[in-house]
Design a protein around this ligand. Sequence first.
Ligand code: FES
Ligand SMILES: [Fe+2]
Length: 364
Amino acid sequence: MSDAENPQRQTPDAEMLLGFWYRALPSAEVRGLKKAMLLGVPLVLGRDAQGRSFALRDSCPHRGMPLSCGRYDGETVECSYHGWRFEGVTGQCKEIPSLTADQKLPVEKIHATAYPCREQDGFFWVYMPEPGTSRSGADLPLVPSVPIHSDRYKLTHLTAAMPTSVDHGIIGLMDPAHGPFVHQAWWWRSRHSIHEKKKLFEPIPYGFRMSAHTPSSNSAPYKLLRLYTDADSITTTIDFILPNLRYEQVRAGKYWFSSLTTVTPITREQCRIDATAAWNIFRHVPFVLPIARYFNQKFIEQDRRTMELQAEGLRHNPALMLIDDADRPARWYFQLKAAYLESRRTGKPFAHPMNGPVTLKWRS
Ligand code: FES
Ligand SMILES: [Fe+2]
């Protein structure tokens, strides 16, 4: 039965992919030292006096005390147990107060575990390396960012915690069929507007793209957009790229809207959706930021609520199905993930599960 496979069987332990950048927390939440959990790893985040962001494992290399309990003077994190002090960006130990003048322990060789960390588009991003690999700053991949298409634009972001594994978070995000049921609203669409859709998908490195097209005309925001931009064609492109990146771009003449949404594994049972959106559309209309936030927040809250309820259903490990064509993106996600893990395991090149463009049809 190839059309109805169990996602849990495909990824039995909600495996979290290493070797990628992940959003750890919104930048605004980090003041002084801040605890964060990422892929089941406890972290402490902060910034040094030069404004460089850092991420340390929240565990003192001496006796495992959480470093987030310690003091931070903008230079070094002082462990609250025996006062060892660590530099944030490198994790290097700077002082062990109990040492006497004649004790020659090479303090500088002791390190708290430090992860590469950058701030981008309002978030702390942390690179989670594969075990046994140490990558220096130079050979790290670029931190994902929201594509920007003009000098002036607006940017906003929001965040929602979800009580499900990252896999359910991602397939929910890429799911084309829940819209009329979960996202009913007068300003968006009603369930009666459901109609057949046909979209072209194509493989891209580590992911797939829903190719540019004129977005569904049955939604109020798009009608408004067409009126306002007076553009002949409005195109949107949606990309999904491993491990958890969803880029959506709308172009209408000189106007554009662009977003990067991620689903971050916090632990195996919890994930968080973070979305950053940038645009130059409606830039001069007052209150555009609160309005945009309201629409997005309501949207994400509907997804969050749905996943909260779904988590109840998943608690007893039911058998699940993936059907054609509406669940094909979900199946590609599991296949991409399996292909990535396989290439890491064998050292062979990544074998993309799609071998060319595919048209999918569904009603939504
Ligand atoms: S546990 Fe941190 S200094 Fe001892
Ligand atoms: Fe949704």
